[in-house]
Design a protein around this ligand. Structure first.
Ligand SMILES: *[C@@H]1O[C@H](CO)[C@@H](O)[C@H](O)[C@H]1NC(C)=O
Ligand SMILES: CC(=O)N[C@H]1CO[C@H](CO)[C@@H](O)[C@@H]1O
Length: 725
C-alpha cells in the first residue's frame, strides 16, 4: 500500500539582505529629512523669481499623436507571422490537447490575420507532433529555428523548417499585397464573413472555429486530437464604444464560455510567445495548491523580452520592476495584473467575490454537457451573439464583470478590483522565461509606451477604484502604497523637471542653491546622492546588468520622467476636465532594416519630430548652455575664481551629470548624419527655447541684483553668512 502524502505544490522563499536594505533605507530617509530641514531654513532671497515663466507653451499639446486603437492583433503593428508564432507556441503546451483551447481575438478584424491563422492551423498538424516527438522548446517555430542549428533529427528538422518557411512566405506575400490569394479565398467558407465588412471600426462579428474535436479533420498527422482553435473579431460599430482591449477581452470571455468554458484563462499579447511549454502546468500548481490555492485569483509572469541588447539602451528590460518590485508586492498580496502573460480563474475574472468555501472540483473540468448535441455551425452562430457590440448594454460587463472599462490600463485596474474583492495573486518568475516579447527599439516608442503606462496609472489613482481611498481597508496598507507608487508615476515629472531646470539656471547666475562643500549641511546631501546612486548601480549589476546599462537606464529614467510623465500628467488633467480627446498610440513592432541595425549597435534612434523629443532636447541644451555660460564667466571674470566650485559644487555636479548623460542628444542634434538623428525642426525649436529660457531668466531676475561690479563681493558675503550657520 502506498502512503499518500500531502505536499505543497509551491513554496515561497524570503529574499536575502532584507535587514541590510531596511537599515539602509532608514539612513537614507534620515538624510532626506536633513535635506528638508536645510531647505526650510535656507531659502535664498534671490529665489523669489515668481514672474519667471516656462517659455515652452505649446509643447504640451498632444495633437501630433495619432489616434489608434488598442489592439490585440493588428497586421500593421503585430505582423501576422508574429501572431501565428504566438498561437503555435501556446498550442504546443505540454498539456492534454483536448483540454486546451486557443482563441485569437483580432480587434482589427483583418482577413490577412485570419488567413495566417488558417495556414497556422494546417501547419500545426505537423508542428505539434514534431514538438512532442523531439521535446521542442521554445515551441514558437520562428524562435526555435533561430536557436537550433544542428541536431540529431536533422532530416525532420529540414522538412518542417521548409514547411514553415513556405507558409511564412505565403503569409508575408498576402500581407504585402494586402489581400488573400484567390484560390484560398474561394476554398474556405470563413472568408465570406468579410463580405459585409466595411472597415475595421464597422463590421459584424466574425467568428470561425478552425479546429474542434467534433470536426474529423482536426487531427494532427499522428491522428491525435488537437487543441481547439478559434478566430474572433467582435462586432464593431462607429457609434458604439468598443472599450479597447478590455472590450475585446470581455467578448472573448463570453464566447469562450460558450465554446469551451475552460476554468483557467491565459491571456497573452500577440507580440509574445511561450518560451516554456511547462509554464501552464506550473501556473496550475499555484492555483491547485491545497492550502493556498483557493485564495489565488491569478498568476502573473513577468514581461521579458528577447530583443534586449547588451547595454539595454532604452531600459527596456524593466529589470528592477520585475526582479525586485513585483517580488515585493508578492509578499503584500500579489503583483498587479500586467495585461499579458497572466493566468486567471474564469469565475473570478467574471466578478466572483472571495469566500473561504471556495473549493473547486477539478474533475468537473469538462465541456458543458448540453453543447454536445449542437453542431459546430450552430455553436458558431450562438457564440456570435455574445460578441455583438450591443450585448453589454444594461449589463454589469465592464463595471463589475470581466475587465473594467474607463481607463487605458484596464488590466491594472481590473487586477486591483479583484484584490479589493478579497483575492490574492501570485508572481511567478521562473529562471527560464515563460513568455518572451519584443521590447521597443526606438526612443519615441519607449517614451510613448511609458506615457501610456503612467497616464493609465494616474487615471486609476483619480478613478473610483483609486488604491488611495477606494482600496482602504480592502487590501493591506503595504499593497496600497505599492499601487500608489505606480499610480503616481506621472506626478514625479514635477520634481524631476525642477531639478533639471532651476539649479542649472541659478548656476548660470552664480547663485548657490545647495550647501557649500565645507558646510556640515553638505554631508546629508552627499550621503543621499552617493548612497542612492551606488545602491541603484549595485542593484542593477546584481540583476546581471552592465555599468553602461545602468547609465543608459538612468538616462531613460530621466527622459521618461521629463517627457512621458509630463505629457501623461497634463493629458490626464485635461481629459478629466473634458478638454482633450483620448489619444492612443500603439508603438509599431515592425523593425525596419536600418532601425534594427542602429538598435543592435546601441545608437539612439530619435526618428520623427514630436513634442516629447523637443522637451528632451530643450532640457539637454539648457543644461549645456548653463554649464558653458558658467565656465565662460569664470574665465572672463576673474573675481569669483575657482571658489565657485566650492560654493556651488553640487550645482556644478548636477549640471555636469545632466550634460554627460545627454551626450547622445547632442550627437543626435548636431553631429549625426543618419536617418535616426534628431530632426532639424526639433534642433531649431529646442535651441531657441533653451536660449530664451536662459535670457529670460537672466533679465527677469536682474532687478533683484546689484550692479555687476558688486556681485562678486555680495556672493562672497552671502557665502560667509552661510558658513557661520
Ligand atoms: C528560452 O528557452 C530556451 C530553450 O528552452 C532557453 O535556453 C532560454 O534560456 C530561454 N530564454 C530565456 C530568456 O529564459
Ligand atoms: C522587432 C525587432 O527589433 N526585432 C529584432 C529583435 O532582435 C533580433 C536579434 O537581436 C533581431 O533579429 C530582430 O530583428
Amino acid at each position: 500500500m502506498a502512503a499518500v502524502e500531502h505536499s505543497p505544490l509551491f513554496e515561497t522563499k524570503s529574499a536575502k539582505g532584507r535587514v541590510f536594505y531596511k537599515i539602509f533605507s532608514l539612513t537614507l530617509f534620515v538624510g532626506i529629512c536633513f535635506i528638508w530641514v536645510f531647505r526650510v531654513s535656507h531659502i535664498p532671497r534671490e529665489s523669489e523669481v515668481g514672474k519667471w515663466d516656462t517659455p515652452s507653451d505649446g509643447t504640451f499639446s498632444s495633437g501630433n499623436l495619432s489616434d489608434k486603437d488598442y489592439l490585440k492583433a493588428d497586421p500593421g503593428i503585430e505582423p501576422p507571422v508574429m501572431v501565428i508564432n504566438t498561437v503555435l507556441s501556446v498550442m504546443a503546451y505540454e498539456y492534454p490537447p483536448d483540454k486546451l483551447s486557443v482563441y485569437l481575438s483580432d480587434d482589427a478584424g483583418s482577413d490577412i490575420t485570419f488567413y495566417a491563422l488558417l495556414e497556422a492551423s494546417i501547419f500545426a498538424k505537423q508542428w505539434l507532433p514534431f514538438c512532442r516527438k523531439f521535446k521542442v522548446d521554445p515551441t514558437s517555430p520562428a524562435a526555435y529555428f533561430k536557436t537550433i542549428h544542428s541536431s540529431t533529427h536533422a532530416k525532420e528538422l529540414v522538412t518542417i523548417k521548409k514547411l514553415y518557411q513556405d507558409m511564412e512566405s505565403r503569409i508575408e506575400n498576402a500581407a504585402k499585397m494586402g489581400r488573400v490569394p484567390e484560390e484560398v479565398h474561394s476554398k474556405h467558407k470563413g472568408f465570406s464573413q468579410w463580405d459585409s465588412y466595411s472597415s475595421r471600426r464597422d463590421h459584424d462579428t466574425i467568428l470561425q472555429i478552425l479546429l474542434h474535436e467534433k470536426d474529423s479533420s482536426s487531427k494532427d498527422v499522428d491522428g491525435n486530437v488537437m487543441p481547439l482553435l478559434v478566430y474572433l473579431a467582435r462586432e464593431k460599430r462607429p457609434q458604439v464604444a468598443h472599450n479597447f482591449k478590455a472590450g475585446a477581452m470581455n467578448s472573448l470571455i463570453r464566447v469562450s464560455s460558450m465554446i469551451s468554458n475552460g476554468e483557467i484563462i491565459l491571456n497573452v499579447d500577440c507580440d509574445m510567445y511561450s518560451n516554456n511549454s511547462q509554464s501552464l502546468r506550473d501556473a496550475l500548481c499555484f492555483l491547485m495548491d491545497e492550502d493556498m490555492g483557493h485564495e489565488i485569483a491569478y498568476v502573473q509572469t513577468p514581461q521579458c523580452f528577447e530583443n534586449i541588447t547588451k547595454n539595454d539602451l532604452y531600459g527596456g528590460a524593466l529589470r528592477v520592476i520585475f526582479e525586485v518590485e513585483f517580488h515585493g508586492m508578492d509578499s503584500l498580496g500579489g503583483p498587479l495584473y500586467a495585461g499579458t502573460g497572466c493566468f486567471h480563474r474564469r469565475e473570478i475574472l467574471c466578478g466572483r467575490k472571495f469566500s473561504d468555501q471556495y473549493e473547486k472540483d477539478w474533475n468537473e473540468y469538462k465541456n458543458i454537457g448540453d453543447m454536445k448535441e449542437v453542431s459546430l455551425h450552430e455553436l458558431e452562430e450562438q457564440s456570435k451573439a455574445l460578441a455583438s457590440c450591443t450585448f453589454e448594454i444594461n449589463t454589469l460587463w465592464g463595471k463589475e464583470v470581466g475587465l473594467l472599462y474607463g481607463c487605458s490600463l484596464d488590466d491594472v485596474m481590473t487586477g486591483l478590483s479583484i484584490k479589493c474583492r478579497g483575492w490574492k495573486s501570485v508572481f511567478y518568475n521562473p529562471q527560464r522565461r515563460a513568455f518572451l516579447g519584443v521590447a521597443p527599439n526606438t526612443l519615441p516608442q519607449t517614451l510613448v509606451q511609458h506615457k501610456r503606462w503612467s497616464e493609465g496609472c494616474f487615471q486609476i489613482f483619480l478613478s473610483r477604484h483609486s488604491p488611495a481611498w477606494h482600496a482602504y481597508g480592502l487590501i493591506s496598507p503595504g499593497l496600497q502604497m505599492a499601487y500608489c507608487y505606480y499610480n503616481l508615476w506621472a506626478f514625479i515629472c514635477w520634481p524631476t523637471l525642477y531639478y533639471c531646470v532651476i539649479p542649472s539656471l541659478y548656476l548660470l547666475k552664480g547663485i548657490p542653491l545647495f550647501p557649500q562643500m565645507s558646510s556640515p549641511w553638505f554631508i546629508p546631501f552627499a550621503y543621499v546622492i552617493l548612497g542612492d546612486s551606488s545602491y541603484c548601480m549595485m542593484e542593477f549589476l546584481w540583476l546581471k546588468g552592465t555599468v553602461k546599462g545602468w547609465w543608459n537606464e538612468l538616462r531613460i529614467w530621466l527622459y521618461k520622467r521629463t517627457s512621458s510623465y509630463l505629457f501623461a500628467f497634463v493629458d490626464t488633467i485635461l481629459k478629466s476636465f473634458g478638454f482633450s480627446e483620448s489619444t492612443f498610440v500603439v508603438s509599431a513592432k515592425v523593425a525596419e532594416e536600418e532601425v534594427s541595425q542602429r538598435y543592435e549597435k546601441e545608437i539612439m534612434e530619435f526618428g520623427s519630430s514630436s513634442p516629447m523629443l523637443t522637451v528632451v532636447a530643450t532640457l539637454a541644451l539648457l543644461n549645456l548652455f548653463c554649464l558653458l555660460g558658467m565656465f565662460l564667466k569664470q574665465v572672463f571674470m576673474s573675481e569669483g575664481g575657482l571658489r565657485i566650485f566650492d560654493a556651488m559644487a553640487l550645482q556644478v555636479l548636477l549640471s555636469g551629470v545632466l550634460v554627460l548623460i545627454n551626450v547622445p542628444v547632442y550627437q543626435g542634434l548636431f553631429l549625426r548624419k543618419d536617418e535616426g538623428r534628431l530632426p532639424m525642426s526639433v534642433a531649431a525649436k529646442s535651441t531657441a527655447l533653451a536660449l530664451s529660457a536662459c535670457f529670460i531668466f537672466r533679465n527677469l531676475t536682474n532687478w533683484f541684483d546689484l550692479p555687476d561690479q558688486f556681485r562678486g563681493e555680495r556672493n562672497t558675503l552671502w557665502r560667509e553668512e552661510w558658513m557661520e550657520d
